[in-house]
Design a protein around this ligand. Structure first.
Ligand code: 5CA
Ligand code: ZN
Length: 409
């Protein structure tokens, strides 16, 4: 499917710094140096049964910063994102509301594109639906069946968690710790007949009233984790640089994805780093479609909130922290945006080279966007207090904020 239009990334003088980022699997912050001139990035996309909320937007903002830092450091970025356009939650919502599941998925995906465009998130080069990826999923599952890493159970096909000796290395969880999380996040540890409670579905045999495809695996539909693996392997190959998503995807999704891919190819690692954004909450709970405590990007836009202010609100928190959305976060961002716009609306100002260096250093240091905002705040305060004589400095500030933070002043 098609992605959304790319906003220009202004050129900046000099070159950015290598990215240091927290890798969940390594359990520490370290340099992720892309191999060659193209950095390969996979970020898990939405399940399109409801509109983009601020939690989604915060997660995509984090990986947008990754792209911007890499580009600034001179890399091309090959970015791939999926859309889980067939899965249990989508089918359940379509059923509950009497809508056709394809219409629901298309409508919410279109809204997501609009939100991403408004927020100036750089689009993926390949934006791929689960349905579109079935032709790659089938041979992958066949391969796992042949090697004994997958098995059939009443028409369904399961991945054998024991097949990958590295299973557990992404999340660092023990099997005991995994079990309750697996049950909570779409797994079925209790199902009778499985070889191991942590085995995950690769393929679901057709169920009455549900969509299904006729394939060499039988009539059915794909499981969740294998969808991302098939898409990532198709466009990026093994050992791509960074697998991203929110922290709720560490287990089982990214753990299972790594195990599926490593077992299917006999090589490792699936990704060279696994990076996770914290959860955004509202009223004391993680913002989630199932709980319904959501603030939608599209609703804020409809109320007339400037998308640049929404983006600044997201940037005011470090991507790895869990944080709570409330009105004051947005109020502060609206006020900051106005201050910054006033500060760049003059032909001259305090020299901006140091600011550029500070923003670069902040983002290269595990995407420290609050530190980057503080640097721009300091420049804006100097401009406000005693101004400066350097012609063109506000232009450089404006390009810095646009290229590295995705905010157009
Ligand atoms: N389609 C799958 C991934 S393959 C999925 O998790 N879809 S989702 O719509 O539920 O979430 C999309 C992305 O937003 C995921 O990276 C998820 O981790 C992230 N996300 C979901 N809720 C929040 C939240 N409250 N705060 C931050 N990120 C969130
Ligand atoms: Zn995914």
């Amino acid at each position: 499917m098609h992605a959304w239009p790319a906003s220009e990334v202004p050129a900046l003088p000099g070159q950015g710094l290598p990215l240091r980022i927290h890798d969940t699997a390594a359990g520490c912050t370290r340099e992720v140096v892309p191999q060659g001139t193209t950095a390969r990035l996979y970020v898990c996309g939405i399940t399109p049964y409801d509109a983009t909320h601020l939690g989604h937007a915060a997660t995509y903002n984090a990986f947008d910063l990754v792209q911007r830092v890499w580009k600034d450091a001179g890399y091309d970025v090959l970015y791939v994102q999926n859309v889980t356009d067939v899965d249990d939650p989508l089918l359940e919502r379509a059923n509950a509301t009497g809508q056709d599941w394809t219409v629901l998925a298309e409508r919410e995906t279109a809204l997501f594109r609009e939100d991403m465009t408004a927020l100036r998130m750089l689009p993926p080069a390949h934006y791929v639906g689960a349905v579109e990826s079935i032709p790659w999923i089938v041979p992958l599952v066949q391969k796992l069946l042949v090697s004994g890493a997958a098995y059939r159970l009443d028409g369904d096909i399961y991945f054998s968690a024991q097949a990958d000796p590295r299973f557990g290395e992404v999340s660092g969880l023990s099997h005991e710790e995994m079990l309750p999380v697996f049950a909570e996040r779409g797994g079925d540890p209790e199902r009778a007949g499985k070889k191991h409670p942590l085995d995950a579905l690769l393929w679901l045999a057709a169920r009455p009233g549900e969509p299904a495809w006729d394939t060499e695996l039988g009539r059915g539909r794909p499981g969740w984790h294998i969808e991302c693996v098939a898409i990532a392997l198709e466009y990026l190959g093994m050992s791509f640089d960074l697998q991203g998503g929110g922290s709720d995807l560490v287990f089982p999704h990214h753990e299972m994805g790594a195990a599926h891919a490593q077992s299917a190819t006999g090589t490792h690692p699936y990704a060279r780093s696994y990076v996770h954004a914290g959860m955004v909450g509202l009223d004391g709970h993680k913002m989630s479609k199932s709980r319904g405590n959501l603030v939608f990007v599209s609703a804020l836009r409809r109320e007339g909130v400037d998308p640049a202010a929404i983006r600044l609100a997201l940037l005011s928190h470090h991507y790895r922290t869990d944080w709570e959305w409330d009105k004051s976060v947005l109020d502060t961002a609206v006020e900051r945006l106005a201050r910054w716009r006033a500060a760049v609306s003059r032909p001259d100002g305090p020299a901006a080279e140091q600011l550029l260096a500070e923003v670069r250093a902040a983002l290269a240091d595990d995407l420290d966007s609050p530190a980057a905002l503080a640097a721009v705040d300091r420049w804006a305060a100097r401009q406000e207090q005693d101004g400066g004589q350097e012609m063109g400095a506000p232009g450089l500030v404006s390009r810095t904020v646009d290229a590295l933070l995705g905010v157009a002043l």
